[in-house]
Design a protein around this ligand. Structure first.
Ligand code: C2O
Ligand code: CU
Length: 539
């Protein structure tokens, strides 16, 4: 199942393997998805041997600031200061398993909840207090992860944050244990759910898998005026799959080549909700708001409540939609967020599951009666003006490529056929708008993320891949399909399906400087499917 960068596995197995991401993304058969699930290592935990729904869903604790520091942009103005220790922890994922070794923030994984208001900045000291040795298999053949580098490097990125370049967590800005990074997050952006995570060159898939991610909420008046469910009726929920061994410890799959253990994608045997395996949550029969984030390395989710109960999607990556979207399933690729209102009032006294196509994730125990529900689900949320294509001063065609060796085995993926270390080629001008045509030439679906900016999806359109590869000619084979209703809001991560050109329109506002764009399948990102871009000042 797991493919080596070179050598043995056949093209056929590879193709079957790669089917999976596309299958989920396009809503194809569950059988195919399940068939493509990873082969468990011999010591794998069988999650069916554990009693489900015995642990309450953990809710991340709100991080409190203890002091202040001057605002780097106006030094007479103090900003709240947070110190977050990145350290090794042992945490129980299930009542009947021993504690699992992980890496976390201030003692937990996922890390504590950050919450601030739009325009209310902060200073965060990210302190690397990790042990010198990594506990997951580093591939020293990957760029940036060479054997002469410290093992437990880390650098934190605020995903979706409009952050000055020096505080953005550039992959090469990592620090070794004992050192800190002090970052400034101005948070001048609309209310939304961001998340923070490790971004270290060459090992970011391992550091995140070890536990280095957490939720970060930004509030504003527009959101507050809507009277959405809040307080204990608003549930931050980070979901990710992990391979657990029968001793409860994390296993990260390897290729079989000890010199080059990298595997192209990881799908695991258990699903964790806020770090717990099959937890339950006591709820009242009333409206709740769920702030859901896909924190998996590679797994796509299609989430549903109960037997396809109706839910309302009210927001995505970069904030509220213009109006709620009624649906029964929510599709989330890695790094995408979904803001969901679900009404339990029809389920008083019952239980209900939150499911993915491959897992029952957690159980809701609905009480018989509710306290008064004065929250609302307004018919309109936040006006979103669609950006006219005519405002774009440039259209950039960028490609997603598969990097093949001589025997046509995949060695990994690239952006624009260009490895990370090559000179910067994408240099948008500050305060201009560009259209990016993302041409997917691979057999896989990739969630593509740009730092700093928010963007809108214009459309997706299938094309003749072979003709394009042979002649460079773009021949479309379908009409341009508009984004799904829930994708009509502001985004920072876009699902780029195989054989499609995905067009996004991107206002480059905020800051000049060096940022990155990349695939958010973490194994791809770590193996060259990441490129810098540089926002430059206009003349
Ligand atoms: Cu979620 Cu480059 O990040
Ligand atoms: Cu990818």
């Amino acid at each position: 199942m797991f493919l080596k960068k070179e050598g043995i596995p056949t093209l056929i197995s590879r193709r079957r393997f790669l089917h999976r991401a596309g299958a989920l993304a396009t809503g194809l058969s569950l059988e195919r998805t399940l068939a493509a699930r990873a082969i468990a290592p011999p010591t794998a935990l069988d999650p069916n041997t554990l009693k489900p729904f015995v642990d309450p869903l953990p809710l991340p604790t709100l991080l409190k600031s203890t002091s202040s520091r001057p605002d780097p942009e106006s030094p007479s103005h103090p900003l709240p200061y947070y110190r977050v220790a990145i350290e090794e922890i042992h945490q129980k994922v299930h009542r009947d398993l021993p504690p699992t070794r992980m890496w976390g923030f201030n003692g937990t994984s996922p890390g504590p909840l950050f919450e601030t208001r739009s325009g209310h900045g902060m200073i965060v000291e990210w302190a690397n207090r990790l042990p010198a040795k990594h506990f997951l298999p580093i591939d020293h053949t990957l760029h940036g992860a060479e054997a002469d580098q410290p093992e437990s490097r880390c650098v934190v990125h605020l995903h979706g944050g409009r952050t000055p370049a020096a505080s953005d967590g550039y992959p090469e800005d990592w620090v070794a244990p004992g050192k800190s990074l002090v970052y400034h997050y101005p948070c001048r952006q609309d209310a939304t759910q961001l998340f923070y995570h490790d971004h270290t060159m060459g090992i970011n898939r391992l550091n995140i898998y070890a536990g280095l991610q957490g939720i970060f909420l930004i509030r504003d008046e527009v959101e507050e005026s809507l009277n959405l469910p809040k307080g204990k009726y608003e549930i931050p929920l980070m979901l990710f799959d992990r391979f657990l061994r029968s001793d409860g410890q994390l296993e990260y799959p390897v290729s079989g080549d000890p010199k080059s253990p990298w595997v192209p994608e990881v799908y695991s045997n258990v699903m964790l909700a806020n770090g717990k395996l099959s937890p339950y949550l006591d709820v009242e029969p009333r409206r709740y708001r769920f702030r859901i984030m896909n924190g998996s390395n590679a797994r796509f989710f299609r989430l549903s409540f109960g037997d396809l109960a109706e839910m309302h999607l009210i927001g995505g990556d970069q904030g509220l939609l213009s109006a709620p979207v009624k649906t029964t399933r929510a599709l989330l690729t890695p790094a995408e967020r979904s803001d969901i209102v679900f009404d339990f009032s029809a389920y008083a006294g019952q239980t209900l599951l939150l499911k993915d196509d491959s897992f029952d994730i957690m159980q809701f125990r609905v009480a018989a009666t509710a306290s008064k529900d004065d929250s609302a689900l307004p018919a309109t949320l936040r006006p979103i003006e669609r950006i006219p294509e005519s405002t774009a001063i440039k259209t950039r065609r960028v490609t997603l490529d598969e990097n093949m060796n001589k025997v046509q085995e995949s060695m990994g993926m690239l952006l624009n056929n260009t490895p990370w270390h090559m000179p910067v080629t994408e240099k948008p001008v500050l305060d201009t708008t560009e259209i990016w045509e993302i041409v997917n030439l691979t057999e896989d679906t990739h969630p593509i993320h740009l730092h700093l900016v928010r963007f809108q999806i214009l459309d997706r359109r299938s094309f003749d891949v072979f003709r394009f590869q042979d002649t460079g000619e773009m021949r479309y084979t379908s009409r341009a399909l508009p984004p799904a209703p829930e994708e009509m809001g502001w985004k920072d991560t876009v699902r780029c399906e195989k054989g499609h050109v995905t067009r996004i329109i991107v206002p480059f506002t905020g800051y000049t400087g060096r940022y990155v764009w990349h695939c958010h399948l973490l194994e791809h990102e770590d193996n060259e499917m990441m490129r810098p871009f540089e926002v430059i000042a206009g003349s």
